[in-house]
Design a protein around this ligand. Structure first.
Ligand code: NAP
Length: 257
């Protein structure tokens, strides 16, 4: 499926970002992946080329907490593929810290990556997105923060809610450039990181989800692809929950009633 559009996915070497990149690659987009670890980057580039049959997949090392680094990533992307039409601002971290023990450093670090990293990715991409006939920004937020809470994630939930506040003003500022800004809010998605939690824990997570399964990383990719398409140009500042119905039940009993 040929496609003349280019996407840059941040945090694309593992987990949800890799799933987003995979869906775009399978749909013929030219795909630039960025993250810090070059070994994971090379592996992701190779895997995505193989599963999609798309040779236009490129890993470019970068750190979203540095505007200069993100400018270099965008520069390489445009130089290689000729344009940048879609930015998926996905890179994020989610360490746990309960309120009593949470340090200033932990608070600052998670805001640096999840919120400032999103801002720098977008700032670096703006000129290229303005040059596109249909510039698109898709943010990976979460149900945690905007909709739900989880002990240990007060700081994380704050960053994910902050992304939605940012999105609403950014969407107004960029509307006249024809750039849309939307967000996908994943529920519990099965990633490499979750494999260490053990079968019992994963089963208890599945039990609370009406669809009785964790999300697949490509479930998030398909939602991002909807926002990214040229035909979605009248949809902006919207958030799409992709959680298998996880937030719906009033009680755990409701899931099996
Ligand atoms: P993950 O598996 O830990 O992957 C995170 C990715 O981000 C990696 O590629 C990592 O690579 C990259 N990254 C981290 N810090 C970075 C930085 N400073 N600069 C550039 N890249 C960086 O995470 P995930 O579970 O896929 O989560 C991805 C996004 O989805 C996050 O925004 C998260 O909040 C959101 N989310 C996840 C879930 C879930 O169930 N997994 C649910 C809701 C929302 P390097 O370390 O090599 O840089």
């Amino acid at each position: 499926m040929a496609n003349s559009r280019t996407v840059l996915v941040t945090g694309a070497t593992l987990g949800i970002g890799k799933g987003i990149a995979s869906v775009f690659a399978k749909n013929g987009y030219k795909v630039a992946l960025t993250a810090r670890n070059a070994e994971h980057g090379a592996q992701a580039e190779q895997t995505l080329k193989a599963v999609s049959g798309n040779e236009d997949v490129l890993f470019v090392p970068g750190d979203v907490t540095s505007l200069e680094s993100m400018r270099q990533v965008v520069g390489t992307t445009v130089e290689t593929f000729g344009s940048l039409d879609v930015l998926c601002a996905n890179a994020g971290m989610f360490p746990s810290a309960k309120l009593d023990a949470m340090t200033e450093r932990q608070w600052d670090e998670i805001f640096d990556v999840n919120v400032k990293g999103m801002l720098f990715s977008i700032q670096a991409a703006l000129d290229a997105l303005r040059a596109s006939v249909a510039g698109r920004i898709v943010i990976t937020s979460s149900i945690t923060g905007p909709v739900t809470g989880f002990p240990g994630w007060a700081h994380y939930g704050s960053t994910k809610a902050a992304q939605l506040g940012f999105m609403r003003t950014a969407a107004i500022e960029l509307a006249r450039d024809g750039i849309t800004v939307n967000a996908v809010l994943p529920g519990n998605i099965y990633t490499e990181g979750l494999q260490d939690l053990g079968e019992d824990y994963l089963n208890s997570m599945k039990a609370s989800i009406p669809m009785k399964r964790l999300g697949d990383v490509e479930d998030i990719g398909h939602a991002a692809l909807f926002f990214a398409q040229e035909t979605s140009g009248y949809v902006t500042a919207q958030s799409l929950i992709v959680d298998g119905g996880q937030i719906l039940p009033e009680t755990l009993e409701a899931v099996d009633a």
